[in-house]
Ligand binder design. Structure first.
Ligand code: ADP
Ligand code: ZN
Length: 603
């Protein structure tokens, strides 16, 4: 008498109902269908294969690229009473043998394997000797050669379709543009699979993008004011910036650890484990960090450099607030980011088509930064989804003041044009702005630029305002950073329209001072205030949880999420039955911890 999917959700996972498309996906896979699932980070992908694996006969094989995280995933399932195990290179022979035997005798619900391991002849033989309930291909975008997480091992996975034509396969990813989806479907032989696209909105994340000036100070001020004591991730573009920023934060009283591909594997693993297990740590990382990290209480994701694409950005920011509680996505960017990234694309030496794609991705990212309408609307439009202005992003909370920038744009474009046309010269932003503002710098005198007709025509605007104009021109592709020069500026095919007065441009007024949504500590954990007596119970529960987690050698959230503890603290259950109604308390956990929880909240 096996459980239905809904019973499994309620009794094993302790959740009341399925979210969005989860029920359809699970129904389809339980019936033996193939599926390609697109759901945002934090949307609830794991249940989509875990429940069918439990419900269907046989063992669900989960292909996951992240050996370092398999242990935690398996621990979390074991806590729920689900029979799970993994096979990877961290195990000794005896241990691997035990897992293999458990697999062969059908004593597992789920088996996690890395793709390179799975594709060895030995492992394929082993798998074929047991009964497979399904194959789940997690982080399926790793198969995309042009994506940001390409893993060549993934290319071999199409063999599963040939070898096990009757076993359902479900591929899951949070990366969702049309092109990526098509690429995944074709490379994994999932063309005839049903595609499920979930809503990509993550309403609890507050999106904010600011202009960069002194980025470390800005970051520090943001963290101190709004996320003191919170756990979060800071993304930077290079290893050296990661190191410097982690050191800077630590020096200023915020405990921060670096993570990037230049650190040895042991250090990376140690930092990751500390991040998962300790409260309130900040991880400063390159994008090498984060995939598969499903820590639910990450309260902020901050980017101190411009991400390369909206796809990547959305995936990274999605790591905030998986528990559904308020969280912040904060990004600081400036002109220099655009120049640097254009140059990096140029230096990457790829095919022209590939480079064009990178430039297009960067432009979309820039457009998001410079938008004067709702950030979330803009983000979701990128994934083909339409929403009303969200009310939980900086542009909604504090609508930017816009101004008619047509004349300013014409001045800037003509300065760039004249220097090139009349003098055959190209310059970067700093010098162009000096010319516009009529500054008699050494370089201006050296090139005799006082004699240009555009010299001093823009004295009415500040340097910051001009930089704002230029960023917006870049975002609109009306100016481009010359790929051959050293970040010099050039006109584009569309610039002419503006110069001829055929196009009006509305710009966002540059903020002179850093600002944040007035009177709101948007994403802070402290913003969700509990009444004092419930808060006291919550603290008792947290202390109890950390003891249990330590005894079991697992991260605290594997025992219970904060959201579950908050609900318990508020509801103050009197009996095991009361406890069953709380989201995140399944049968196994109620049995194992029910009495202890009741005594925690009865004081
Ligand atoms: P993803 O893998 O898509 O990033 P997860 O599978 O980690 O997301 O799920 C995100 C969070 O949402 C997890 O903490 C999970 O327990 C929770 N969750 C998923 N589905 C449900 C549901 N139907 N009801 C309540 N919580 C859910
Ligand atoms: Zn909005």
């Amino acid at each position: 008498m096996s459980l239905t999917p809904l019973e499994t959700l309620q009794q094993i996972f302790g959740y009341e109902s399925f979210r969005g498309v989860q029920a359809d996906i699970i129904g389809h896979v339980v019936e033996g269908g193939d599926a390609l699932v697109l759901m945002p980070t934090g949307g609830g992908k794991s249940l989509c294969y875990q429940i069918p694996a439990i419900v269907r006969e046989g063992v669900g094989i989960v292909i996951s690229p992240l050996i370092a995280l398999m242990q935690d995933q398996v621990d979390a399932l074991l806590e729920l009473g689900v029979r799970a195990a993994f096979l990877n290179s961290t195990q000794d022979r005896a241990e691997a043998h035990r897992v293999e035997q458990a697999y062969l005798s059908g004593q597992l619900d789920l088996l996690y394997v890395a793709p390179e391991r799975l594709l060895t002849p030995r492992c394929m033989d082993l798998i074929s000797q047991g009964r497979v309930a399904l194959f789940a291909i997690d982080e399926a975008h790793c198969v995309s050669q042009w994506g940001h997480d390409f893993r060549p091992e993934y290319l071999g996975l199409s063999v599963l379709a040939e070898r096990w034509p009757n076993v359902p396969r479900i591929a899951l990813t949070a990366t969702a543009t049309e092109t990526t989806r098509a690429e995944i479907a074709s490379r994994l032989a999932l063309e005839s699979a049903r595609h499920f696209v979930a809503g990509f909105d993550r309403p609890n994340i507050c999106y904010r993008i600011i202009e960069k000036n002194e980025v470390r100070r800005q970051l520090l001020a943001f963290l101190q004011a709004e996320h003191a004591g919170d756990c979060g991730i800071v993304y930077a573009l290079s290893r050296s910036r990661v190191e410097e920023t982690a050191a800077f934060l630590s020096k200023n009283g915020i405990e921060a650890l670096p993570y990037h591909a230049g650190l040895d594997a042991a250090t990376r693993a140690r930092h990751q484990a500390r991040f998962l297990r300790e409260d309130g740590l900040v991880m400063v990382a390159t994008i090498a960090f984060g995939m598969g990290v499903n820590k639910p209480d990450v309260r902020f994701v901050a980017h101190i450099d411009l991400p390369k694409s909206v796809e990547g950005y959305y995936q990274e920011t999605g790591r905030a607030g998986r528990d559904g509680l308020p969280a912040t996505a904060w990004l600081a960017y400036g002109l220099q980011d655009v120049v640097r990234q254009r140059r990096m694309i140029d230096d990457s030496g790829g095919e022209p088509a590939y480079q064009r794609r990178l430039v297009a991705q960067l432009d979309a990212m820039l457009a998001l930064c410079e938008t004067i309408s709702c950030r979330r609307k803009n983000l979701l439009a990128y994934f083909g989804q339409t929403i009303e202005p969200c009310g939980n992003c900086d542009t909604c909370l504090q609508p930017p003041v816009s101004w008619d920038g047509t004349v300013a744009a014409q001045k800037m474009l003509s300065a760039i044009y004249r220097l090139w046309r009349e003098r055959g010269q190209r310059f970067g932003a700093g010098h162009i702005i000096d010319v516009l503002r009529g500054q008699s710098t050494e370089r201006v005198r050296q090139y005799d630029h006082q004699s240009l007709s555009v010299f001093g025509v823009g004295a009415d605007l500040s340097v910051a305002a001009w930089r704002g104009v230029l960023r917006q021109l870049l975002a609109l592709s009306l100016v481009t950073v010359d790929l051959e020069g050293y970040g010099t500026l050039a006109l584009t095919a569309d610039s002419r329209e503006v110069l001829k007065g055929e196009r009006t441009l509305m710009f966002k007024r540059s903020a002179e001072a850093p600002r944040r949504p007035a009177g709101r500590r948007a994403g802070s954990a402290a913003a969700i205030v509990l009444p004092p007596d419930a808060q006291a119970r919550f603290e008792v529960l947290r202390a109890w949880r950390s003891g249990v987690a330590q005894n079991h050698g697992v991260p605290a959230y594997v025992i219970f999420h904060d959201a579950t503890l908050r609900e318990i603290a508020l509801a103050q259950p009197q009996s095991l039955e009361d406890l069953s109604g709380i989201s995140g308390v399944g049968a196994r956990k109620r049995e194992a911890y029910g009495e202890e929880i009741l005594s925690c909240v009865s004081v």
